[in-house]
Design a binder for this molecule. Structure first.
Ligand code: MRU
Length: 369
């Protein structure tokens, strides 16, 4: 996607093959900064402190991180150590485990002397595959938006939560891919952007990337969605997912569940863009089984922004002594999901539809050519 008119992806290998580059998402929307990641420790840190975030991008970053580890020391022992280090960075998005498993299997089959170079090529294949999956989701979701625009004959209003945009993937995004495609072909649409407390991925990232692409949008507080839906101001909800269970329960950024409840109560379709690496076929009951990340209370008690004189400042919002509890994700039961937009089409959120669409549950990474 474009930043100030120039095409970017969120992650790419350096020309020397000794490092990879990322957009530092902790600096957005105020500063656009590219970071070089040179070691597996730096890759793990970038995921942990959310310089990169979003389920698909976390997976791709881990893949490149493993390649760096293999450059440094291609032994089996180091491969296992690096996998464990990266796997421990964030617990909820299953794409991380998926990418690590795919990379590990590929690398273990190679002689140690080849693992560095081949690791980079395979990580690039994981990245390319992510772009393809998002594009396919974009095409299927575009059909939904086209149909809705035709039926309504007026501007379409889509509500989204968190950032399931291109910043959360390698390119296109999941929930935003249909939006970008619809906007590109001239469909009149507008996006309600949930600010997504406490880290404000909606206000800081989704709003920024939609703005860069010229998509009309309005930031709303997280609690406004239900009100907008009651007043006929939302035509559809489109969100991403960090892990979807085999039965179609959707884990996504905290607050997604409340949007789904409001959508159900108001007859607003609730769609989830779900590339196959984010589907966990080993889990049945999402509410009971998906591990929910708890992050630092400081993300709730403090907020960072730009002051009037241009400085980036962090301020405290809460009384000293008050505790804060920061669950980062919640699970929306399948019964509240109108449809999953997968790379293979829009399907019902249930076990039968998922099993039929993905008879070989674990998506393979295409071999580098
Ligand atoms: O904590 P984050 O910013 O990594 O959470 C991101 C989300 O919840 C996204 O909605 C999800 O990863 C889907 S991204 C295509």
């Amino acid at each position: 996607m474009r930043v100030a008119g120039k095409a970017y992806r969120t992650i790419w290998p350096s020309s020397t093959g000794a490092s990879f580059e990322i957009i530092d998402q902790t600096r957005l929307p105020h500063e656009f900064e590219i970071l070089s990641i040179r070691t597996v420790d730096e890759a793990a840190r970038a995921i942990k402190i959310m310089q990169v975030r979003g389920a698909p991008l976390i997976g791709v970053t881990a893949a490149y991180g493993l390649a760096l580890a293999m450059n440094a020391d291609p032994s089996d022992a180091n491969l296992e150590t690096a996998c464990a280090l990266l796997a421990a960075t964030r617990p909820t998005a299953v794409n991380l485990q998926w990418a690590l498993a795919a990379m590990r299997q590929y690398l273990l089959a190679l002689p140690a002397s080849k693992r560095g170079t081949a690791g980079f090529a395979h990580a690039a294949a994981v990245a390319e595959q992510d772009v393809d999956l998002c594009e396919a989701i974009g095409e299927h979701g575009l059909q939904l938006i086209r149909e809705m625009a035709r039926a309504k004959g007026d501007r379409i209003h889509i509500l989204t939560h968190c950032n399931a945009g291109w910043l959360a993937t390698v390119d296109w995004g999941t929930a935003t891919a249909p939006i970008y495609k619809a906007h590109n072909e001239g469909i009149d649409l507008h996006v309600w952007v949930d600010e997504t407390r406490p880290r404000n991925q909606g206000a800081s990232l989704t709003a920024w990337e939609l703005g860069q692409h010229g998509v009309p949008h309005t930031i709303i507080v997280d609690n406004a969605g239900g009100h907008l839906m009651q007043h006929g101001m939302v035509d559809m909800v489109m969100v991403g997912t960090d892990r979807t269970s085999a039965s179609g329960d959707v884990c996504n950024k905290i607050g997604t569940y409340l949007k789904a409840l409001a959508a159900m109560d108001n007859g607003v379709p609730f769609f989830v863009a779900a590339p196959s690496p984010s589907i966990d076929f080993a889990i049945e009951d999402g509410v009971a089984e998906i591990p929910i990340e708890t992050r630092s209370a400081r993300e709730i008690t403090h907020m960072t922004g730009r002051s009037a004189d241009g400085r980036i400042e962090t301020v405290c919002l809460t009384p000293s002594g008050s505790e804060a509890l920061n669950y980062a994700f919640d699970v929306t039961p399948a019964r509240l999901v109108t449809g999953l937009i997968t790379e293979r089409g829009v399907i019902e959120a249930n076990r039968t539809a998922l099993a039929k669409t993905f008879p070989e549950p674990v998506a393979k990474v295409r071999e580098p050519s």
